[in-house]
Structures are given as C-alpha cells and as structure tokens.
Design a protein around this ligand. Structure first.
Ligand code: ADP
Length: 430
C-alpha cells in the first residue's frame, strides 16, 4: 500500500510542481515582454517630443539610448540610423505605414540580417517625418533562460523536499493502520480519522465474542440435558416406565443440537460467501409448494389453515438458500401461532422483482423487539418460553441469504395480532 500511495502522490506532486513552475515562467516571460515593449514606446515618445521641440538627431550622436534609432523621411528615405548606413527605402515597413496613417505604429519582425526577432515602434513627428526605435526581443529570452537554471534547481529541490515529506506523511498514516491491535482496537493511539475504523473493529470484536459465548451457551444447554438423562439411565436411576420418556428427551435434545449446528454452519457458509456462484433459474411457485409439503406435518399438528395466492413466478437465485429462507419464515409463522391459527402466502412479481409475502395471525412481536429479530441468537421475550423451540439463528440466516441475493426483507407485527414478512428478490443477479 505504501509504495502505491507513494507513487501516486509523488507523481501528482511532480505534475503539480512542473505545471506551476511552467505557468510562473510563462507569466514571468509575458511580464518581461510587456515591460520591454513599454520601455521602447516610452523612449520613442520622449525622443519624439524632444525632436518636435527642435532636437536634431543627426547632430547629437552620443545617445543615452541603447535601442536602435532610425529617422525616416515621409517618402521612406532613411535620413538617419544609429547603427547602419546606406539603408534602403523604408516606406513599405509595416510600422512606418501604420505611423503614416495613424501617427503611431508597431511591428514584430525577424531582422533580415540577424536571425533574431525585433520590436519596432514608430511615431510621426510634426514635420511629417517618422521616428522609429527598435530592439532585439530575443534579449529577453536570453535573460529568461538565465533564470531557467535557477528554476530547474528550485524544481529539483522542491521535488526532493516533497518526496521526503510524502514518505514521512504516508508513514504517519499507514503505520498506525498496520500496527492496529486487533483484539483491543480502542487501546490504539491513532489519529482521529482512524477512530471510525477502530470503533467498527471493536463492534465486530464484541459481536464475535458475543456470538462465541452464545454458541457455547446454546450448545451446552441441550448437551447438559442429554448428559443428565443418560447419566440417570447409566446409573440405573431411571424407573423402567420413565425410560421411554428419557430416551425421547435425549432424542429431542440431540435433534435441537443438530439443528443448531446446521444453522451455525449455514451462517458460517453465508459469511464466507462460499455459495455465490451457484445462481440458477428458480421456479418460485414450485419452490413454495415444496416448502409447504415439507412442513405439512407441523401444519397439520397445529391445525393451521393455509391460504395461498401463488402466481407462476420465476427468476434466478440459489435454490437451496431461497428454499431455506422460505422454510424458516414459514416455520416461524407456524411456531409462533395463536388461537385459530391462519397463514396467508402470496407470491407475485413485477418486471424486475419477485415478491413473497407471508402473514400469520400469531403471537406477534413487541415493537421494541422488531429491530433486533435479525440478530444472531435473538429471541423475543414472549417466545422465550420453553414451549417454543428455537435458537434465534433462523432470521439471521434469512437476512443473510436475502442480502446475498441483493434482496430486502420488511417486517410488520402487532402483539397478539400477527406478523407479516415481505421478501423482495431481484429476478436477475445484480
Ligand atoms: P427462533 O429460532 O427463535 O425462531 P428466529 O431467528 O427465527 O429464531 O426468530 C427470532 C425471533 O423473532 C423469534 O425468537 C421470535 O421471537 C421472533 N419471531 C420470528 N418470526 C415470528 C413470527 N412469525 N411471529 C412471532 N414472532 C416471530
């Protein structure tokens, strides 16, 4: 992770440094060019003013100006040039044409003799002659390039500095993550942004510990029962007429143990998402009917009236898991029944989803318990009597299974009135 972050931030920093220095250099160059041109313009204006006042160029050849000065007659003939003699007619030069027409003119041009760019500025004097000053623009390039060495050195220094800072910063961010004390996350000394992660880890640990404690407790209870009864039998302390009852108890408790272990294994598998690849077409109507057939003995035993409205709905999913989900919901509706028990099953669809609704008129769930029923090992107070068997794992499995299919489950319930679960599953894997 460190090297990825290092590379990413360093590349970004290099880019930013290069871009900002380039922009700074460009601005610097533009500034130099503007002041260069302004200087020539001002010099020309000053000299033009002096000449209009009677100053004679030709008689004062020791100029203070470094620029080339040219004085041109209104027909283009060069009257005077501070650098060259015997010059051709200048009438066609852009800046001269402009000055003739508009009193001032300027131009950028490559000098015909030297391969350098020149800037020319011309002003028409009162006597209709033209005064022109010019200078070599390349001199500012040369001036700027003197700075380039300094700039490159600066860039290298800033980059080196950035590399060191980035390395240190990443170390400060990453080291606390790599050194997290997983068992006691809250004991870690870390920067505040890590707090949410540490809190999550802590909550996860708590859940894991609670889960282990619950598992041990829930497994221990039927085991103790089995051991108690078998000890009585082993020590010949059971009356012959009690034997059958004891055996039945042992069998029941063993069954409870097996169911619970199966539930725990289901949850572990779902946790590891081992089964994700087994998506296949499902005929939901058939699936619900199969679940009903399997649970017929319990339905009969509890004299439950079942009313179904099952549309022929099909979709994609993991058959065994959906079957177990519907089985868990229907088993609960049967288990937690009330007087004159009745269960309504509805299966329907729209273009994208399958809807399975299971409603019962059973004992219901207290409002304060509803948010917790999908927790592992949670059993609502009212159902917590021995008469109704259960581990509190069924709905945890249901929730997990539905999540695996990217579906949702909603519950509404009223104590002594009944409970409704609505399952929505996407038809295609999403
Ligand atoms: P259990 O093994 O206890 O049935 P579940 O996880 O399946 O565990 O359900 C959790 C709790 O939710 C149950 O103990 C019960 O209190 C409540 N519950 C679930 N379904 C129903 C229902 N149809 N009617 C009333 N209570 C229900």
């Amino acid at each position: 992770m460190k090297s990825y972050l290092n590379r990413f931030i360093n590349t970004l920093a290099i880019l930013l440094i290069i871009i900002s220095f380039s922009i700074a250099f460009a601005l610097f160059y533009i500034h130099l060019q503007t002041s260069f041109e302004t200087k020539i313009r001002t010099q020309t204006e000053k000299l033009a003013q002096a000449m209009n006042d009677g100053y004679q160029l030709e008689q004062n050849k020791n100029f203070l100006f470094s620029e080339r000065i040219t004085h041109i007659a209104h027909d283009g003939e060069v009257l005077f040039d501070s650098r060259y003699t015997d010059l051709e007619n200048h009438l066609e030069r852009t800046e001269i044409q402009e000055a003739m027409q508009y009193n001032v003119g300027s131009a950028h041009r490559l000098s015909s003799t030297l391969e350098t760019e020149l800037f020319y500025y011309a002003i028409k004097l009162n006597d209709q002659t033209i005064l022109r000053l010019s200078d070599d623009i390349d001199s500012i390039w040369a001036f700027s390039f003197e700075f380039i060495a300094v700039i490159v050195l600066l860039v290298i220094l800033v980059m080196l500095f950035t590399f060191i800072i980035v390395k240190k910063l990443i170390q400060r961010f990453v080291d606390p993550i790599n050194n997290i004390e997983l068992e006691q996350p809250l004991s870690n000394q870390a920067y505040p942004e890590l707090k949410p992660l540490l809190l999550k880890l802590d909550a996860h640990n708590q859940m894991r510990k609670e889960f282990s404690a619950n598992v041990s407790h829930e497994l221990k209870t039927p085991l103790q029962s089995i051991m108690g009864y078998s000890e009585l039998i082993l020590n010949d302390m059971a009356d012959p007429e009690d034997l059958k009852g004891f055996n039945h108890k042992i069998y029941q408790e063993a069954q409870r143990l097996r169911n619970m272990i199966e539930d725990i294994i289901s949850l572990a598998k779902l946790d590891e998402k081992q089964i994700v690849t087994e998506f296949a077409p499902i005929n939901y109507k058939e699936l619900v009917e199969q679940v009903l057939v399997k649970l017929t003995p319990q339905i009969k035993k509890n004299e439950i009236a079942i009313q179904t409205d099952l549309r022929p709905v099909s979709g994609e999913g993991i058959h065994t898991i959906i079957e177990e989900t519907f089985n868990n919901l229907l088993s609960n509706a049967i288990k937690y029944h009330g007087l004159h028990p009745k269960i309504w099953l509805t299966l329907s669809e729209n273009q994208t989803s399958v809807f399975f609704i299971i409603r019962d008129n059973g004992i219901g769930i207290a409002p304060e318990d509803i948010p917790r029923i999908f927790e592992r090992f949670f059993r609502a107070e009212k159902s917590h009597n021995k008469a109704i068997e259960g581990s509190g794992l069924g709905l945890a499995i249901v929730k997990h299974s539905i999540n695996l299919h990217n579906g949702t489950i909603e519950v509404s319930s009223e104590i002594n009135r009944g409970t409704t679960f609505k399952v929505t599953l996407p038809k295609r894997r999403s």
